[in-house]
Ligand binder design. Structure first.
Ligand code: SAH
Length: 246
């Protein structure tokens, strides 16, 4: 009886893979993986394991989601141990829920192996805690990738007036709109924010700025990148530990 493991690959640093994820990768007959999953993980697979690339990045899918779903399903008919390896956590903007549902509808057994999401770990590697006593009591993780067909923003901007930390994934191309909207709802133009690119890897880059100047400062940042907005960003002055240390 075959089983599909919907597996989080973590944010980039190979050592942020869970012990459970490593085990299923080592036992896999086929690994269906994304652009965001660190390719070094594939080297842990056994001899003869097949690899299927269904790359996608920043919401621009190279293979449409319904084809990915079908690819996973077809592989479950051929192989016993199927690993679907996804960047970060499979259920945090990973469409892992849709993949699980597709398998459920077809009676295929699956397990979910949560991964360390970039939303929290990438700020951590930049020395930015997403919550901090007296600074931010909660955080939100938001997709900033919006369908180009929709004129109206789906993001409930009015909810973002508090000092909660906001982490925007898939949003780099929308940074001008994000900073403008946050100032429109009343955040001061000197409000702290940062863009973190290729977080947790040796190519990690961080720029810190304000809502007013972040667009200009982050202009050359490569993807994948996330945007973090909040007073916690200032803690990086004391807590930055990774860059120059790896
Ligand atoms: N399931 C993933 C997120 C998928 S959405 C997770 O839990 O991490 C893809 C977005 O995640 C990217 O557009 C980017 O905003 C963010 N991201 C993923 N890996 C990243 C990294 N190493 N550094 C910065 N941002 C990253």
């Amino acid at each position: 009886m075959s089983k599909v493991y919907l597996t989080g690959a973590g944010p980039g640093d190979m050592e942020l893979l869970t012990v459970k994820a490593l085990r299923v990768v080592q036992e896999a007959d086929v690994i269906i993986y994304d652009r965001l999953a660190n390719p070094d993980i594939l080297e842990k697979a056994k001899n003869g394991c097949e690899f299927v690339y269904v790359g996608k990045e920043d919401g621009r899918h190279i293979m449409p989601q319904d084809e990915i779903n079908e690819t996973i399903y077809q592989n479950s008919l051929k192989h016993e141990n199927v690993v679907r390896l996804k960047g970060g956590d499979p259920f945090v903007f990973g469409r892992g829920g849709e993949e699980a549902d597709y398998l459920y509808e077809r009676g295929v057994k699956f397990e979910v192996i949560p991964g360390i999401t970039s939303a929290i770990s990438v700020p951590a590697y930049a020395g930015i805690p997403v919550t901090h006593r007296g600074v931010a009591v909660s955080f939100r993780v938001v997709t900033a990738h919006e369908s180009p067909n929709k004129k109206e923003s789906q993001i409930p901007w009015e909810n973002y007036k508090t000092d909660d930390t906001i982490i925007f994934l898939m949003g780099l191309h929308n940074l001008p709109k994000i900073s403008k909207k946050l100032m429109e709802i009343g955040k001061p133009k000197e409000y702290p924010c940062a863009v973190i690119s290729k977080g947790t890897t040796k190519d990690q880059k961080v720029v810190v700025g304000t809502l007013e100047d972040i667009v200009e400062k982050a202009v050359d940042m490569p993807t994948p990148a996330l945007i973090i907005v909040g007073k916690v960003v200032q803690l990086r002055n004391q807590l930055q530990w990774f860059e120059g240390n790896s």
